[in-house]
Design a protein around this ligand. Sequence first.
Ligand code: 0RQ
Length: 498
Amino acid sequence: MALQFISAKEAAALVKNDDNVGFSGFTHAGCPKVVPVEIAKRAEAEHAKGNPFKIGVFTGASTGDSIDGALTRAKAIKFRTPYQTNKDTREALNRNEFDFFDLHLSQLAQEIRYGFFGKINVAIVEACEVTEKGEVVPTTAVGITPTICRLADIVIVELNKKVPAKLRGIHDIYELQDPPKRREIPIYEIQNRIGLDYVKVDPKKIFVVETEKDGEGGGFAPVDEVTARIGENVANFFVSEINAKRIPAHFLPIQSGVGNIANAVLAAMGSNPDIPRFEVYTEVIQDAVIDMMQKGNISFASGCSLTVSNEVLHQFYNDLDFFKNKLVLRPSEISNNPGLARRLGIIALNTAIEVDIFGNVNSTHVNGTKMMNGIGGSGDFTRNSYLSVFLTPSTAKKGAISCIVPKVTHEDHNEHSVKIVVSEYGVADLRGKGPRKRAEEIIEKCAHPDYRPLLHEYLNRGVNGHLPQDIYACFAFHHTLRETGSMLNTDFSKYQIG
Ligand code: 0RQ
């Protein structure tokens, strides 16, 4: 059957007010870039006429500005899940302009299938190849594409000519069966391929929009002193774990989160001669991974997206023959699968907003109220890893905020899942320690020296019980920050003990 080619504007006209729309991509990688912008224009035009026009937005993770930014600015979003990193979207959801549902990324595809969010009406996916038989080859990410393409009535394929069609073969497309018939996922080593190299779509549902848009990936900030020290601390810790035989000599697959800190930690691991060549089983493959594969530090990478800067992306395309048998892109329900994290023995490295002295981690809400990005995949990996590591600078906002606090203002990862905390000052090892010992360890190894006396004072206020949490003073740091602009001014004597 011949494919139907339409313009981006015509594609946008297929989306109706109140539709649930699923988008391909995971971070800015692999996202459609022209149809969502046309949908945003359409929403603005409808609003100008006094008509309602809002859609539900479902994605693999965060997106490029063409989805979250454009649709937010057009006030075209009624509901958004599961993760975002866009400034405009963040501000809008914190003004409660729309409902944002923060979800573990591995769970979204199955929860869509379970019907938890209603029907997905339209899927809009970026591809580097689409055939008349309905073989859709994604670009630099997979996310929830297989599920939304199967369930949607209409599948709009943005065929991006900037992405080489010879990318075909890099994806491993496999959709989970749903309970009670789910079988084990047959990945026993991270190199295993278990699915197709394309997404199968009923060709009758496909509309193709041809585009030529570059990726939307920015570069990484240069490594600063604090970030470099966190990286060195992690690398040295891994070496000591290998020497103590708690990590096998051949090492274990690494998951690393997004952002500058994660990128710098990988780079530090690459420059430590005592860390053996290792593998990556992760969600986002960042610049440092590509560089380390070229240098031979990383032997294989399995991920959901190639979240790299445009410069690195073009290098990758030019060197595709080298990468093809060393890198695989999977749907998020496979890349982030909790069962696989446990089976493969993944070491999970994620960044925290704040960590409390008992080992609970806040990854999402500044001061417990303002959403930053979302939990992303950090929970998928942390809870199920061989070893979970949280990274954080000891302070934020030039020292006015301690990232080590008496109690987190929002809890994403609890003390039962968090094993290691690393700041620029050192490594706190929480394994096998009760609450008081964990607190001593985190204060001494990770807190900024300026905050250590205050944190000790909190711990030693004389509260009884297994966990000496003081319900009157546990938010004294945050309270003082709000009143004086710095947590350093905290005066615990103002608070009743108990
Ligand atoms: O703000 O840029 O305005 O100065 O938070 O902090 O230190 O630059 O770190 O960019 O790696 O982000 C947790 C948000 C860290 C991220 C988080 C302020 C700080 C700065 C960013 P400015 P940094 P990063 C894989 C795994 C959850 C999802 C996840 C994240 C800004 O890593 O979203 O792990 N994680 N996914 O100044 C107030 C504090 C603060 C603070 C930092 N205590 N109070 N502000 N900041 N600590 C990815 C996926 O799932 C796809």
